[in-house]
Design a protein. Structure first.
Ligand code: HXC
Length: 514
Protein backbone atom coordinates (compact mmCIF):
# COMPACT_ATOMS: atom_id res chain seq x y z
CA UNK A 1 0.00 0.00 0.00
CA UNK A 2 2.77 2.36 1.07
CA UNK A 3 4.60 1.50 -2.16
CA UNK A 4 1.57 2.40 -4.25
CA UNK A 5 1.25 5.78 -2.60
CA UNK A 6 4.83 6.50 -3.50
CA UNK A 7 4.13 5.59 -7.11
CA UNK A 8 0.99 7.70 -7.08
CA UNK A 9 2.98 10.61 -5.75
CA UNK A 10 5.47 10.17 -8.58
CA UNK A 11 2.67 10.21 -11.13
CA UNK A 12 1.20 13.27 -9.55
CA UNK A 13 4.52 15.09 -9.56
CA UNK A 14 5.10 14.13 -13.17
CA UNK A 15 1.68 15.35 -14.24
CA UNK A 16 2.27 18.68 -12.56
CA UNK A 17 5.74 19.10 -14.05
CA UNK A 18 4.49 18.21 -17.49
CA UNK A 19 1.87 20.91 -17.36
CA UNK A 20 4.71 23.43 -17.63
CA UNK A 21 3.47 26.98 -17.23
CA UNK A 22 -0.16 25.85 -16.95
CA UNK A 23 -3.18 25.56 -19.18
CA UNK A 24 -3.53 29.25 -19.97
CA UNK A 25 0.07 29.60 -21.09
CA UNK A 26 -0.24 26.40 -23.16
CA UNK A 27 -3.36 27.79 -24.82
CA UNK A 28 -1.48 30.96 -25.74
CA UNK A 29 1.38 28.85 -27.11
CA UNK A 30 -1.01 26.83 -29.29
CA UNK A 31 -2.85 29.92 -30.52
CA UNK A 32 0.40 30.95 -32.21
CA UNK A 33 0.65 27.66 -34.13
CA UNK A 34 3.29 26.42 -31.68
CA UNK A 35 3.48 23.01 -30.03
CA UNK A 36 4.61 22.67 -26.42
CA UNK A 37 8.21 21.69 -25.70
CA UNK A 38 7.37 18.02 -25.03
CA UNK A 39 5.03 17.77 -28.02
CA UNK A 40 7.85 19.05 -30.19
CA UNK A 41 10.24 16.43 -28.93
CA UNK A 42 7.69 13.65 -29.36
CA UNK A 43 6.88 14.78 -32.92
CA UNK A 44 10.55 14.81 -33.86
CA UNK A 45 11.84 11.60 -32.29
CA UNK A 46 11.03 7.96 -33.04
CA UNK A 47 7.79 7.00 -31.35
CA UNK A 48 8.19 5.92 -27.75
CA UNK A 49 11.94 6.58 -27.74
CA UNK A 50 12.14 9.73 -25.59
CA UNK A 51 13.45 9.64 -22.04
CA UNK A 52 13.33 12.84 -20.06
CA UNK A 53 15.81 13.85 -17.33
CA UNK A 54 15.82 16.60 -14.68
CA UNK A 55 12.06 16.96 -14.80
CA UNK A 56 12.00 17.97 -11.13
CA UNK A 57 14.75 20.61 -11.24
CA UNK A 58 13.78 23.75 -9.38
CA UNK A 59 15.09 27.22 -10.03
CA UNK A 60 17.25 29.09 -7.54
CA UNK A 61 16.27 32.71 -8.17
CA UNK A 62 15.33 34.56 -4.98
CA UNK A 63 15.18 38.25 -5.93
CA UNK A 64 12.22 40.15 -7.40
CA UNK A 65 9.71 37.79 -5.73
CA UNK A 66 11.08 34.87 -7.69
CA UNK A 67 11.20 32.80 -4.48
CA UNK A 68 7.40 32.69 -4.60
CA UNK A 69 7.29 31.40 -8.17
CA UNK A 70 7.37 27.78 -9.17
CA UNK A 71 8.91 27.25 -12.56
CA UNK A 72 8.37 23.58 -13.51
CA UNK A 73 11.53 22.07 -14.99
CA UNK A 74 12.90 25.62 -14.97
CA UNK A 75 11.55 26.18 -18.45
CA UNK A 76 13.44 23.57 -20.40
CA UNK A 77 12.96 19.88 -21.20
CA UNK A 78 16.02 17.67 -21.74
CA UNK A 79 16.50 14.03 -22.63
CA UNK A 80 17.70 11.39 -25.05
CA UNK A 81 15.90 9.35 -27.67
CA UNK A 82 16.35 8.09 -31.20
CA UNK A 83 15.83 9.25 -34.77
CA UNK A 84 15.84 6.48 -37.42
CA UNK A 85 16.86 4.22 -34.52
CA UNK A 86 20.04 6.23 -33.84
CA UNK A 87 20.54 7.88 -30.43
CA UNK A 88 20.40 11.66 -30.15
CA UNK A 89 20.41 14.15 -27.25
CA UNK A 90 17.90 16.97 -27.15
CA UNK A 91 16.75 20.02 -25.22
CA UNK A 92 13.62 22.07 -25.84
CA UNK A 93 12.95 25.37 -24.13
CA UNK A 94 9.44 25.69 -22.70
CA UNK A 95 8.11 29.18 -23.41
CA UNK A 96 5.09 28.56 -21.16
CA UNK A 97 7.41 28.71 -18.14
CA UNK A 98 8.70 32.26 -17.61
CA UNK A 99 8.93 32.74 -21.36
CA UNK A 100 11.52 29.96 -21.62
CA UNK A 101 13.96 32.47 -20.14
CA UNK A 102 17.36 31.12 -19.23
CA UNK A 103 18.30 31.10 -15.55
CA UNK A 104 21.03 29.19 -13.75
CA UNK A 105 19.32 25.79 -13.42
CA UNK A 106 17.81 26.06 -16.90
CA UNK A 107 21.31 26.51 -18.28
CA UNK A 108 22.63 23.63 -16.15
CA UNK A 109 20.06 21.32 -17.69
CA UNK A 110 21.13 22.37 -21.17
CA UNK A 111 24.82 21.98 -20.42
CA UNK A 112 24.18 18.59 -18.83
CA UNK A 113 22.59 17.25 -22.02
CA UNK A 114 25.32 18.88 -24.12
CA UNK A 115 27.92 17.10 -22.02
CA UNK A 116 26.07 13.80 -22.53
CA UNK A 117 25.94 14.34 -26.28
CA UNK A 118 29.64 15.08 -26.49
CA UNK A 119 30.66 12.24 -24.15
CA UNK A 120 28.43 9.70 -25.90
CA UNK A 121 29.35 11.04 -29.36
CA UNK A 122 25.77 11.49 -30.50
CA UNK A 123 24.10 14.42 -32.32
CA UNK A 124 22.71 17.30 -30.27
CA UNK A 125 19.44 19.00 -31.13
CA UNK A 126 18.43 22.22 -29.38
CA UNK A 127 14.94 23.67 -29.72
CA UNK A 128 15.01 27.38 -28.91
CA UNK A 129 11.89 29.23 -27.75
CA UNK A 130 12.91 31.80 -25.19
CA UNK A 131 12.83 35.44 -24.11
CA UNK A 132 16.60 35.18 -23.53
CA UNK A 133 18.59 35.75 -20.35
CA UNK A 134 16.26 35.59 -17.31
CA UNK A 135 16.41 39.19 -16.29
CA UNK A 136 15.82 38.44 -12.57
CA UNK A 137 18.84 36.12 -12.41
CA UNK A 138 21.36 38.65 -13.63
CA UNK A 139 24.89 37.43 -14.13
CA UNK A 140 23.90 33.81 -13.44
CA UNK A 141 22.00 33.86 -16.74
CA UNK A 142 24.97 35.30 -18.56
CA UNK A 143 27.21 32.66 -17.01
CA UNK A 144 24.78 30.04 -18.29
CA UNK A 145 25.01 31.30 -21.85
CA UNK A 146 28.78 31.43 -21.64
CA UNK A 147 28.86 27.77 -20.55
CA UNK A 148 26.62 26.85 -23.49
CA UNK A 149 28.68 28.75 -26.07
CA UNK A 150 31.87 27.14 -24.76
CA UNK A 151 30.38 23.67 -25.14
CA UNK A 152 29.02 24.46 -28.64
CA UNK A 153 32.57 25.30 -29.63
CA UNK A 154 34.07 22.25 -27.93
CA UNK A 155 31.59 19.96 -29.67
CA UNK A 156 32.02 21.64 -33.07
CA UNK A 157 33.40 19.13 -35.56
CA UNK A 158 32.98 16.26 -33.09
CA UNK A 159 29.20 15.76 -33.07
CA UNK A 160 26.61 17.31 -35.39
CA UNK A 161 24.78 20.16 -33.67
CA UNK A 162 21.35 21.22 -34.85
CA UNK A 163 19.46 24.33 -33.69
CA UNK A 164 15.75 24.69 -34.18
CA UNK A 165 14.30 28.16 -33.66
CA UNK A 166 10.64 27.76 -32.71
CA UNK A 167 9.80 31.07 -31.11
CA UNK A 168 11.91 34.01 -30.03
CA UNK A 169 15.66 33.56 -29.76
CA UNK A 170 16.68 37.00 -28.59
CA UNK A 171 19.79 38.85 -27.53
CA UNK A 172 23.01 36.99 -26.89
CA UNK A 173 21.02 33.73 -26.99
CA UNK A 174 21.36 33.78 -30.78
CA UNK A 175 25.02 32.90 -30.49
CA UNK A 176 24.38 29.31 -29.55
CA UNK A 177 22.55 28.58 -32.83
CA UNK A 178 25.17 30.62 -34.66
CA UNK A 179 27.88 28.30 -33.34
CA UNK A 180 26.03 25.13 -34.40
CA UNK A 181 26.04 23.39 -37.77
CA UNK A 182 22.46 23.68 -39.00
CA UNK A 183 19.74 26.17 -38.04
CA UNK A 184 16.09 25.39 -38.81
CA UNK A 185 13.40 28.09 -38.87
CA UNK A 186 9.63 28.11 -39.34
CA UNK A 187 7.64 30.80 -41.12
CA UNK A 188 5.81 33.19 -38.74
CA UNK A 189 7.00 31.31 -35.64
CA UNK A 190 10.78 31.74 -35.52
CA UNK A 191 12.39 35.06 -34.57
CA UNK A 192 16.08 35.63 -34.13
CA UNK A 193 17.75 38.97 -33.40
CA UNK A 194 20.36 40.59 -31.20
CA UNK A 195 18.34 43.73 -30.46
CA UNK A 196 14.56 43.63 -30.70
CA UNK A 197 12.23 46.12 -32.42
CA UNK A 198 11.69 48.07 -29.19
CA UNK A 199 15.37 48.73 -28.66
CA UNK A 200 15.80 49.64 -32.31
CA UNK A 201 12.94 52.10 -32.03
CA UNK A 202 14.34 53.67 -28.88
CA UNK A 203 17.92 53.91 -30.03
CA UNK A 204 17.52 54.50 -33.76
CA UNK A 205 13.94 55.71 -34.05
CA UNK A 206 13.25 53.07 -36.69
CA UNK A 207 10.09 50.96 -36.68
CA UNK A 208 10.26 47.37 -37.82
CA UNK A 209 8.21 44.27 -37.05
CA UNK A 210 9.83 41.22 -35.43
CA UNK A 211 9.12 39.23 -38.59
CA UNK A 212 10.84 41.74 -40.87
CA UNK A 213 13.74 42.08 -38.47
CA UNK A 214 14.56 38.43 -37.86
CA UNK A 215 11.87 36.07 -39.12
CA UNK A 216 12.49 32.78 -40.89
CA UNK A 217 12.44 34.30 -44.35
CA UNK A 218 14.93 37.02 -43.42
CA UNK A 219 17.44 34.51 -42.05
CA UNK A 220 16.95 31.96 -44.82
CA UNK A 221 17.02 34.47 -47.69
CA UNK A 222 18.96 37.54 -46.63
CA UNK A 223 21.38 36.90 -43.78
CA UNK A 224 22.23 33.25 -44.37
CA UNK A 225 22.07 32.65 -40.61
CA UNK A 226 19.58 29.81 -41.10
CA UNK A 227 19.84 26.74 -43.28
CA UNK A 228 16.31 25.34 -43.55
CA UNK A 229 12.94 27.08 -44.02
CA UNK A 230 9.67 25.33 -43.17
CA UNK A 231 6.03 26.35 -43.45
CA UNK A 232 5.11 24.79 -40.10
CA UNK A 233 6.60 22.82 -37.22
CA UNK A 234 5.74 19.39 -38.63
CA UNK A 235 7.51 20.15 -41.90
CA UNK A 236 10.50 21.37 -39.89
CA UNK A 237 10.69 18.08 -37.96
CA UNK A 238 10.50 16.08 -41.19
CA UNK A 239 13.40 18.14 -42.55
CA UNK A 240 15.51 17.46 -39.46
CA UNK A 241 14.86 13.71 -39.67
CA UNK A 242 15.78 13.73 -43.34
CA UNK A 243 19.00 15.67 -42.75
CA UNK A 244 20.05 13.28 -39.99
CA UNK A 245 19.68 10.33 -42.37
CA UNK A 246 22.69 11.69 -44.30
CA UNK A 247 25.14 12.47 -41.52
CA UNK A 248 27.06 10.33 -39.04
CA UNK A 249 26.63 10.42 -35.25
CA UNK A 250 30.11 11.83 -34.75
CA UNK A 251 33.41 12.53 -36.48
CA UNK A 252 34.59 9.08 -35.50
CA UNK A 253 31.58 7.02 -36.48
CA UNK A 254 31.57 5.43 -39.91
CA UNK A 255 28.45 5.33 -42.03
CA UNK A 256 28.19 2.03 -43.84
CA UNK A 257 27.15 2.36 -47.48
CA UNK A 258 23.40 1.83 -47.82
CA UNK A 259 21.41 0.27 -50.61
CA UNK A 260 22.20 1.53 -54.09
CA UNK A 261 19.38 2.87 -56.20
CA UNK A 262 19.61 4.39 -59.66
CA UNK A 263 18.61 8.02 -60.32
CA UNK A 264 14.84 8.27 -60.58
CA UNK A 265 13.36 9.31 -63.90
CA UNK A 266 14.93 9.64 -67.30
CA UNK A 267 17.64 12.29 -67.41
CA UNK A 268 19.26 13.13 -70.70
CA UNK A 269 22.46 14.03 -68.90
CA UNK A 270 24.45 14.38 -72.12
CA UNK A 271 22.24 17.32 -73.04
CA UNK A 272 21.67 19.21 -69.78
CA UNK A 273 24.56 21.62 -70.23
CA UNK A 274 24.14 23.88 -73.29
CA UNK A 275 27.25 24.02 -75.46
CA UNK A 276 26.80 27.78 -75.78
CA UNK A 277 28.55 29.06 -72.64
CA UNK A 278 26.22 32.03 -72.38
CA UNK A 279 23.10 29.88 -71.88
CA UNK A 280 22.01 29.02 -68.35
CA UNK A 281 20.75 25.68 -67.00
CA UNK A 282 19.84 24.31 -63.58
CA UNK A 283 22.82 22.53 -62.04
CA UNK A 284 20.38 20.67 -59.74
CA UNK A 285 19.32 18.71 -62.84
CA UNK A 286 22.89 17.43 -63.08
CA UNK A 287 22.88 16.49 -59.38
CA UNK A 288 19.59 14.65 -59.77
CA UNK A 289 20.90 12.82 -62.82
CA UNK A 290 23.86 11.53 -60.79
CA UNK A 291 22.38 10.90 -57.30
CA UNK A 292 20.76 7.70 -56.01
CA UNK A 293 17.01 8.06 -56.36
CA UNK A 294 17.71 11.61 -57.62
CA UNK A 295 17.49 12.57 -53.96
CA UNK A 296 19.15 15.83 -52.91
CA UNK A 297 18.75 17.59 -49.57
CA UNK A 298 19.64 21.17 -50.33
CA UNK A 299 21.06 23.40 -47.59
CA UNK A 300 20.57 27.17 -47.56
CA UNK A 301 18.41 26.84 -50.64
CA UNK A 302 17.16 30.42 -50.49
CA UNK A 303 20.43 32.27 -49.81
CA UNK A 304 23.44 32.87 -52.09
CA UNK A 305 21.72 30.84 -54.76
CA UNK A 306 24.67 31.17 -57.13
CA UNK A 307 26.11 28.18 -55.32
CA UNK A 308 24.24 24.99 -54.48
CA UNK A 309 25.23 22.84 -51.49
CA UNK A 310 23.67 19.76 -49.93
CA UNK A 311 23.68 16.02 -49.44
CA UNK A 312 22.91 13.07 -51.70
CA UNK A 313 23.91 9.45 -51.87
CA UNK A 314 25.83 8.05 -54.78
CA UNK A 315 26.20 4.26 -54.93
CA UNK A 316 24.77 4.14 -51.39
CA UNK A 317 27.37 6.52 -49.92
CA UNK A 318 26.61 10.00 -48.58
CA UNK A 319 28.35 12.79 -50.48
CA UNK A 320 28.31 16.55 -50.07
CA UNK A 321 27.67 18.40 -53.34
CA UNK A 322 29.12 21.85 -53.98
CA UNK A 323 27.96 23.16 -57.35
CA UNK A 324 28.02 26.52 -59.10
CA UNK A 325 24.51 27.48 -60.22
CA UNK A 326 24.55 29.01 -63.74
CA UNK A 327 20.90 30.01 -63.31
CA UNK A 328 21.91 32.64 -60.75
CA UNK A 329 24.51 35.29 -61.63
CA UNK A 330 26.16 32.76 -63.96
CA UNK A 331 27.28 30.82 -60.87
CA UNK A 332 29.97 33.33 -59.79
CA UNK A 333 31.75 33.16 -56.47
CA UNK A 334 31.03 36.23 -54.36
CA UNK A 335 31.14 37.11 -50.66
CA UNK A 336 28.05 35.13 -49.67
CA UNK A 337 28.49 32.10 -51.92
CA UNK A 338 32.10 31.79 -50.74
CA UNK A 339 30.98 31.79 -47.10
CA UNK A 340 28.24 29.30 -47.86
CA UNK A 341 30.52 26.87 -49.68
CA UNK A 342 33.46 27.16 -47.29
CA UNK A 343 31.44 26.35 -44.19
CA UNK A 344 29.79 23.36 -45.83
CA UNK A 345 33.14 22.02 -47.05
CA UNK A 346 34.44 22.19 -43.48
CA UNK A 347 31.36 20.37 -42.16
CA UNK A 348 31.82 17.56 -44.70
CA UNK A 349 35.53 17.35 -43.94
CA UNK A 350 34.92 17.18 -40.18
CA UNK A 351 32.41 14.37 -40.56
CA UNK A 352 34.24 12.37 -43.24
CA UNK A 353 31.73 13.03 -45.98
CA UNK A 354 33.32 12.97 -49.48
CA UNK A 355 32.92 16.13 -51.54
CA UNK A 356 31.66 16.17 -55.11
CA UNK A 357 32.22 19.54 -56.76
CA UNK A 358 30.48 20.52 -60.00
CA UNK A 359 32.22 23.44 -61.70
CA UNK A 360 30.74 26.00 -64.08
CA UNK A 361 31.64 29.58 -63.23
CA UNK A 362 33.13 32.66 -64.85
CA UNK A 363 35.21 33.38 -61.72
CA UNK A 364 34.89 35.72 -58.74
CA UNK A 365 32.32 38.51 -59.06
CA UNK A 366 33.96 41.81 -60.09
CA UNK A 367 32.83 45.20 -58.80
CA UNK A 368 33.35 47.87 -56.16
CA UNK A 369 30.60 46.48 -53.89
CA UNK A 370 32.21 43.08 -53.73
CA UNK A 371 35.73 44.44 -53.31
CA UNK A 372 34.60 46.68 -50.47
CA UNK A 373 32.58 43.88 -48.89
CA UNK A 374 35.80 41.91 -48.63
CA UNK A 375 35.57 39.42 -51.49
CA UNK A 376 39.31 38.87 -51.09
CA UNK A 377 38.93 37.67 -47.49
CA UNK A 378 35.69 35.76 -48.06
CA UNK A 379 36.80 34.25 -51.35
CA UNK A 380 39.95 32.99 -49.63
CA UNK A 381 37.75 30.85 -47.37
CA UNK A 382 36.91 28.58 -50.29
CA UNK A 383 40.59 28.06 -51.13
CA UNK A 384 41.34 27.42 -47.47
CA UNK A 385 38.47 25.00 -46.93
CA UNK A 386 39.21 22.90 -50.01
CA UNK A 387 42.96 22.89 -49.41
CA UNK A 388 42.51 21.84 -45.81
CA UNK A 389 39.89 19.15 -46.52
CA UNK A 390 41.33 15.63 -46.50
CA UNK A 391 38.12 13.76 -47.33
CA UNK A 392 37.91 12.34 -50.85
CA UNK A 393 37.50 15.28 -53.22
CA UNK A 394 35.98 14.55 -56.63
CA UNK A 395 35.63 17.35 -59.16
CA UNK A 396 33.65 17.46 -62.36
CA UNK A 397 34.18 20.47 -64.63
CA UNK A 398 30.95 20.85 -66.55
CA UNK A 399 31.64 23.97 -68.56
CA UNK A 400 33.34 27.24 -67.58
CA UNK A 401 36.25 27.10 -65.17
CA UNK A 402 37.86 30.49 -65.43
CA UNK A 403 40.58 32.17 -63.46
CA UNK A 404 40.52 32.09 -59.68
CA UNK A 405 37.23 30.24 -59.91
CA UNK A 406 38.94 27.31 -61.62
CA UNK A 407 41.55 27.09 -58.87
CA UNK A 408 39.10 27.58 -56.00
CA UNK A 409 36.52 25.01 -57.06
CA UNK A 410 38.38 21.93 -55.87
CA UNK A 411 41.05 21.96 -58.56
CA UNK A 412 43.87 19.45 -58.77
CA UNK A 413 46.12 22.17 -57.36
CA UNK A 414 44.15 22.20 -54.09
CA UNK A 415 44.56 18.41 -54.07
CA UNK A 416 41.38 17.13 -55.62
CA UNK A 417 41.72 13.35 -55.84
CA UNK A 418 39.92 12.97 -59.15
CA UNK A 419 39.22 15.71 -61.69
CA UNK A 420 36.91 14.85 -64.55
CA UNK A 421 35.91 17.25 -67.32
CA UNK A 422 33.00 17.10 -69.69
CA UNK A 423 33.73 17.84 -73.38
CA UNK A 424 31.97 21.22 -72.89
CA UNK A 425 34.59 22.28 -70.31
CA UNK A 426 36.51 25.51 -70.92
CA UNK A 427 39.48 25.95 -68.64
CA UNK A 428 41.23 29.28 -69.05
CA UNK A 429 42.46 32.36 -67.25
CA UNK A 430 39.33 34.22 -68.36
CA UNK A 431 36.50 34.09 -70.89
CA UNK A 432 37.48 34.30 -74.59
CA UNK A 433 35.96 37.77 -75.07
CA UNK A 434 37.88 39.36 -72.22
CA UNK A 435 41.05 37.49 -73.06
CA UNK A 436 41.05 38.47 -76.75
CA UNK A 437 40.36 42.12 -75.89
CA UNK A 438 43.41 42.21 -73.64
CA UNK A 439 46.04 40.20 -75.45
CA UNK A 440 45.12 41.37 -78.97
CA UNK A 441 44.25 44.93 -78.00
CA UNK A 442 46.80 46.46 -80.32
CA UNK A 443 45.92 44.36 -83.37
CA UNK A 444 42.21 45.00 -82.87
CA UNK A 445 42.71 48.73 -82.43
CA UNK A 446 44.94 49.09 -85.48
CA UNK A 447 42.87 46.86 -87.77
CA UNK A 448 40.90 48.26 -90.66
CA UNK A 449 37.88 46.39 -89.43
CA UNK A 450 38.31 46.10 -85.63
CA UNK A 451 35.07 44.18 -85.08
CA UNK A 452 36.00 41.52 -87.59
CA UNK A 453 39.48 41.16 -86.11
CA UNK A 454 38.05 40.98 -82.59
CA UNK A 455 35.70 38.20 -83.68
CA UNK A 456 38.58 36.30 -85.30
CA UNK A 457 40.77 36.67 -82.23
CA UNK A 458 38.00 35.50 -79.91
CA UNK A 459 37.57 32.43 -82.12
CA UNK A 460 41.32 31.85 -82.17
CA UNK A 461 41.49 32.04 -78.37
CA UNK A 462 38.45 29.79 -78.02
CA UNK A 463 39.80 27.05 -80.24
CA UNK A 464 43.14 27.14 -78.43
CA UNK A 465 42.05 27.36 -74.80
CA UNK A 466 38.28 27.02 -74.41
CA UNK A 467 38.34 23.25 -74.06
CA UNK A 468 39.41 20.65 -71.50
CA UNK A 469 42.28 19.19 -73.54
CA UNK A 470 45.01 21.67 -72.61
CA UNK A 471 44.40 20.93 -68.91
CA UNK A 472 44.17 17.21 -69.71
CA UNK A 473 47.51 17.35 -71.52
CA UNK A 474 49.17 18.52 -68.31
CA UNK A 475 47.34 16.00 -66.10
CA UNK A 476 45.39 18.72 -64.28
CA UNK A 477 42.30 16.89 -65.53
CA UNK A 478 42.44 13.11 -65.16
CA UNK A 479 39.82 12.21 -67.75
CA UNK A 480 37.65 13.95 -70.27
CA UNK A 481 34.39 12.04 -69.99
CA UNK A 482 30.99 11.80 -71.54
CA UNK A 483 28.43 13.23 -69.09
CA UNK A 484 26.61 9.88 -69.06
CA UNK A 485 29.77 8.27 -67.63
CA UNK A 486 29.84 10.58 -64.59
CA UNK A 487 27.80 8.53 -62.09
CA UNK A 488 29.73 5.34 -62.80
CA UNK A 489 33.06 7.14 -62.43
CA UNK A 490 32.04 8.86 -59.18
CA UNK A 491 30.91 5.54 -57.68
CA UNK A 492 34.25 4.05 -58.65
CA UNK A 493 36.22 7.03 -57.34
CA UNK A 494 34.36 6.81 -54.01
CA UNK A 495 35.26 3.13 -53.74
CA UNK A 496 38.89 3.78 -54.60
CA UNK A 497 39.20 6.60 -52.08
CA UNK A 498 37.38 4.89 -49.22
CA UNK A 499 40.58 4.40 -47.23
CA UNK A 500 42.20 7.65 -48.29
CA UNK A 501 44.85 8.58 -45.77
CA UNK A 502 46.70 11.88 -45.91
CA UNK A 503 48.56 13.59 -43.11
CA UNK A 504 48.71 17.35 -42.75
CA UNK A 505 51.62 19.16 -41.08
CA UNK A 506 51.35 19.08 -37.28
CA UNK A 507 49.83 22.30 -35.94
CA UNK A 508 47.55 23.46 -33.15
CA UNK A 509 45.12 24.79 -35.73
CA UNK A 510 45.26 26.88 -38.87
CA UNK A 511 44.16 30.45 -39.15
CA UNK A 512 41.42 30.51 -41.78
CA UNK A 513 40.37 33.90 -43.17
CA UNK A 514 37.31 34.10 -40.88
C1 HXC B 1 12.40 36.91 -17.52
C2 HXC B 1 10.85 36.80 -19.19
C3 HXC B 1 11.84 37.12 -20.16
C4 HXC B 1 13.16 37.34 -19.70
C5 HXC B 1 9.97 36.84 -21.18
N1 HXC B 1 9.72 36.65 -19.87
N2 HXC B 1 11.26 37.13 -21.38
N3 HXC B 1 11.14 36.70 -17.90
N4 HXC B 1 13.39 37.21 -18.37
N5 HXC B 1 14.16 37.63 -20.56
C6 HXC B 1 8.44 36.32 -19.26
C7 HXC B 1 7.47 37.47 -19.30
O1 HXC B 1 7.70 38.32 -18.20
C8 HXC B 1 6.14 36.75 -19.16
O2 HXC B 1 5.99 36.37 -17.82
C9 HXC B 1 6.39 35.47 -19.95
O3 HXC B 1 7.82 35.31 -20.02
C10 HXC B 1 5.87 35.54 -21.36
O4 HXC B 1 6.38 36.72 -21.99
P1 HXC B 1 5.47 37.72 -22.80
O5 HXC B 1 6.22 39.00 -22.90
O6 HXC B 1 4.10 37.78 -22.22
O7 HXC B 1 5.39 36.99 -24.20
P2 HXC B 1 5.28 37.62 -25.64
O8 HXC B 1 4.30 38.73 -25.64
O9 HXC B 1 5.05 36.46 -26.54
O10 HXC B 1 6.72 38.25 -25.94
C11 HXC B 1 7.86 37.46 -26.04
C12 HXC B 1 9.16 38.31 -26.05
C13 HXC B 1 9.13 39.26 -24.82
C14 HXC B 1 9.21 39.12 -27.33
C15 HXC B 1 10.32 37.36 -26.02
O11 HXC B 1 8.82 38.52 -23.67
C16 HXC B 1 10.42 39.96 -24.61
O12 HXC B 1 10.72 40.94 -25.31
N6 HXC B 1 11.20 39.50 -23.65
C17 HXC B 1 12.45 40.10 -23.31
C18 HXC B 1 13.47 39.81 -24.36
C19 HXC B 1 14.81 40.30 -23.95
O13 HXC B 1 15.11 41.50 -24.06
N7 HXC B 1 15.63 39.41 -23.35
C20 HXC B 1 16.88 39.72 -22.81
C21 HXC B 1 17.82 39.76 -23.98
S1 HXC B 1 19.44 40.07 -23.45
P3 HXC B 1 4.57 36.28 -17.10
O14 HXC B 1 4.91 35.97 -15.70
O15 HXC B 1 3.93 37.61 -17.32
O16 HXC B 1 3.85 35.16 -17.82
C22 HXC B 1 20.08 38.55 -23.43
C23 HXC B 1 21.50 38.58 -23.07
C24 HXC B 1 22.09 37.25 -23.23
O17 HXC B 1 19.50 37.57 -23.66
C25 HXC B 1 23.54 37.46 -23.39
C26 HXC B 1 24.22 36.17 -23.64
C27 HXC B 1 25.58 36.45 -24.16
Amino acid sequence: MEENNKINELHQRRRKAMLGGGEKAIEKQKSMGKKTARERILSLLDEGSFNEYDMFISHVARDFNMDKKELPGDGVVIGTGTIHGNPIAIFAQDFTVAGGSLGLMHSRKITKIMDYALKMRIPLIGINDSGGARIQEGVNSLAGYGEIFFRNTLASGVIPQISVILGPCAGGAVYSPALTDFVFMVDNISKMFITGPEVIKTVLGEEISMEDLGGARVHCETTGNAHFFAADEDECFRQIRELLSFIPASNESQMDPGEVSEPAGAFDINNIVPVDPTLPYDVKDVIKAIADNSEFVEIQEMWARNIVIGFSRIGGRTVGFVANQPLEMAGVLDVDSSDKAARFIRFCDSFNIPLVTLVDLPGYLPGVDQEHAGVIRHGAKVLYAYSEATVPKLTVILRKAYGGGYIAMSSRHLRADFVFAWPTAEIAVMGPEGAANIIFRKEIKEAENPEEVRRQKVEEYKSKFANPYVAASRGYVDSVIEPSETRKLIIHALEVSERKDVTMPRKKHGIPPF
